[in-house]
Ligand binder design. Structure first.
Ligand SMILES: *Cc1c(COP(=O)(O)O)cnc(C)c1O
Length: 383
């Protein structure tokens, strides 16, 4: 006779296990943000809610370094922000130039193709970045309408500088889409200074909020281009003209905004403002430096050269002879620590370790490394 698996009790109360989220996201959430999620909702056209949206937009200007930009918050995760950027600024036949050095630039490529773009790619191995001269050459040669790059490539741990890309793109008359999903909140994005035109991010990485919203920054040039666009965006739900009208102009219904998530984001931004954004960046930078020193003292190697590392997302090379999946399982089954492995060309080759938000302190790094060391030793690595 076949044995029945014990029935899972659907009536049991929800009781999520305790986890330490040292992965690439989602990251740890401040208890104040959880409190905000439980506040009573109001309507999505209620003046109280409109004010909450405006507060969020104002606070995001500081975090983005985007005083000159329009800020919109998309109801959806980081990928919804990516899709909004592409669907609004790419038309059938648009020439879209992508700096391709990781998984998320591939996703950007796929979305652009689905929107009818003619995509040209400058490819590099995962973990490398593009120099200023290489970026300028590529853009001068291709003369695209839109350029896309990933500021902090979560799949590799590499940070791509954007100034030369943006300057060359503007010389060529192109707009620049920058993926800032893993950078926003943990390191300077400098939207205005860099010259980005459209940047998108998410709530669950550097902003230490649950997943569910995607903050966008849009330059004056990009808004002007959009006003002149004659074909409608292929996405109605992510149509930036319609969302901009709802959230900042007429406040007429477009879709029912997820009220509780806006409460949470407002509180998360308040937590950031109280610490001070520059202090927060500095705290992330210090924890990263400490982490790298200790990792190297353990005889381990970082995958990305020092000059190009993302301070919030560390890729550590898996030592030879060690099965990264088994190390991750030990961390999860024992202390309840979540980290991620590599994928694509980096499958089995790197650990991806996030130090974001509340976890970016020396004390938490010490806690993590002590457990990480134990798991590595148990899998045969001698430190
Ligand atoms: C996580 C991530 C995304 C996608 O965000 P989701 O919230 O998972 O939809 C896009 N780009 C980068 C660089 C990311 O790290």
């Amino acid at each position: 006779m076949r044995q029945q698996a014990p029935a899972h009790d659907l009536l049991a109360p929800l009781h999520p296990p305790t986890r330490y989220l040292f992965g690439p996201g989602p990251t740890m959430v401040d208890p104040r943000v959880y409190d905000a999620l439980s506040k009573p909702i109001v309507g999505h056209l209620d003046p109280y809610f409109i004010q909450v949206m405006q507060d969020v937009q104002e606070a995001l200007k500081i975090v983005y370094g985007a005083q000159e930009a329009s800020i919109l918050v998309i109801s959806g995760t980081g990928s919804a922000g990516m899709e909004a950027a592409v669907a609004n600024f790419v038309e059938p036949g648009t020439k879209f130039a992508v700096f391709a050095n990781g998984y998320f630039s591939d996703r950007l490529t796929e979305m652009a193709k689905r929107n009818g773009a003619n995509v040209v790619r400058f490819e590099k191995p995962w973990g490398e970045v593009f120099s200023d001269a290489e970026a300028e050459d590529f853009i001068r040669r291709e003369r695209p309408n839109v350029v896309g790059y990933v500021h902090a490539e979560t799949s590799t741990g590499a940070l791509q500088a954007g100034r030369a890309i943006c300057a060359a793109a503007h010389d060529a008359g192109a707009l620049v889409i920058a993926d800032c999903v893993t950078s926003l909140g943990g390191l300077p994005v400098e939207f205005d200074k860099t010259g980005m035109d459209i940047a998108y991010s998410c709530t669950q990485k550097g902003l230490s909020c649950p997943p569910g919203l995607s903050p966008l920054a849009i330059s004056g040039r990009a808004m002007e281009w959009l006003r002149g666009r004659t074909t409608p965006s292929r996405s109605w739900y992510l149509d930036i003209k319609l969302i901009h009208d709802y959230s900042t102009v007429s406040h007429r219904y477009h879709h029912t905004a997820p009220i509780s998530m806006f409460y949470a984001l407002r509180e998360a931004l308040l937590v950031i403002a109280e610490e001070g954004i520059e202090k927060r960046w500095e705290r992330h930078r210090r924890s990263h430096n400490f982490f790298v020193r200790e990792i190297e003292a353990m005889g381990l190697r970082m995958h990305v050269p020092a000059a190009n590392r993302i301070p919030t997302l560390n890729t550590v090379s898996v030592p030879s002879g060690v099965d990264d999946g088994k190390v991750r399982k030990r961390l999860m089954d024992g202390p309840g620590i979540e980290i991620a492995g590599g994928f694509g060309p980096l499958a089995g080759k790197v650990f991806r370790i996030g130090l974001m938000g509340p976890l970016a302190t020396e004390e938490n790094v010490k806690f993590f490394l002590s457990e990480f060391g134990k798991a590595l030793r148990a899998e045969g690595y001698s430190i």
